[in-house]
Design a protein. Sequence first.
Length: 507
Amino acid sequence: MPKSPDTSLPDPSRWKALVFIALAQLMVVLDATIVNIALPTAQQDLGISDGNRQWVITAYALAFGGLLLFGGRIADLWGRKRTFVVGLLGFAAASALGGAATGQAMMLGARALQGVFGALLAPAALSLLAVMFTDAKERAKAFGIYGAIAGGGGAVGLILGGVLTEYLDWRWTFFVNIPFAIVAAAGAYFVIREPAGARNRSPLDIPGVVLSTLGLVALVYGFTRAESAGWSDGLTVGMFVASAVLLLAFVATEAKVSSPLLPLRVLTERNRGGVYLSLGLAVIAMFGLFLFLTFYLQVVKDYSPVMTGFAFLPMIAGMITGSTQIGARLMTRVAPRLLMAPGFTVAALGMLMLTQLDVDSSYAGLILPAQLLLGLGMGTAFMPAMSLATHGVDPADAGVASAMVNTSQQVGGAIGTALLNTIAASATSSYIASHSAAATDARLLQLQGMVHGFSSAIWWAVGILVLAAAIAGTLVNTGRPGEGRTVAGGGADDGAEDEVLVPVVAH
């Protein structure tokens, strides 16, 4: 038999590969918010009704969130490089279709296709980093860059969406993906060398694919529908019930089949479980905030789309600094929980400042420092969280473990937008009803009610971030890289902790 290559040697082209992986990740994260800014113009041009407008966002979220686990398993089966390149080219084609859309059906179909190929692309990107960077210090830098993009890309999308919509045309919010995707696919094809022996060639778990996809689609759609139709709506409740039944059936199936789509060992190891849970909670808080700040700046402060986008720059700067200067520098020196728990706590302090929002709040005096704290905290916490997500996992499971990170973020985003928006809308209605008798300026009352609703929902976001910090501090118990042990409490992965955070081919 031919001797297999020494996978412990670092890939000489790994830093070049990181450029193309980061570019692809930026494109996927951008797309989650860039279309939001362009939606009003696109709706008018294509004659999309108000009732169907939400489907431009929902079609993408359902396909992406529902198929992520399947995409991660395909990456393990086909190979991450191949899955990554196919995902990129498919995403470019779907974006071209969206940009050229002539009507509602073509637009919604393009958005669903973007979600399908995004579900291939996102887990492949993260698992490629996991198998290419094997040195602890290098991995810290690589995941610092990746974490900054994962955290800050949504805010960059708001800026780019504003610029493209205001100065070019809404169609460019789709067309802009094409050069990103082509450059990243070409670079990946020529530069990435996936380590040998990291594939999982066991047969595909079809019942698991069907149950997980339907269960996640029902869950995401339930939260999305709750935002527009209410939590007591019959179909909303039905979706949540269906989701619970399907996902419980999925777990039962995975415990029995010989080659599960999602091996339960990926979820039950306490460090990975802590990452998935705390990251999902943090994203709930962040997505709600993006929505509130966008409306606050545009409606209350009368900012243009471009000004609104640039107003998010301090958060991006904080995330990049937190990821690359704090998280990446300290990750090889301290245990991950000592970055994650304080990071989420600092983000909660930034969120706490925003509970003081009122109609006359100063951008420089309140919103800017709050965003800096949020960005620093999230960047510091995201970096080790992304790195720890495939901790101790078998190389053949790296794709599906990576998909779980994206799934927790996607589901967290759907929950955050629906849950916090519903809380805000309810608080706004109550405020207006209780103050309408004494009001002399109807417009001012509407604005005050809106801001009161935002601050009420932001209090919930503070609590959610504090919970994320508590979970990270409690469940994540692995030691710092190189210690070769976990902190008291141990993991549950049958010796997978032999090289804490520094396994040979899967991180």
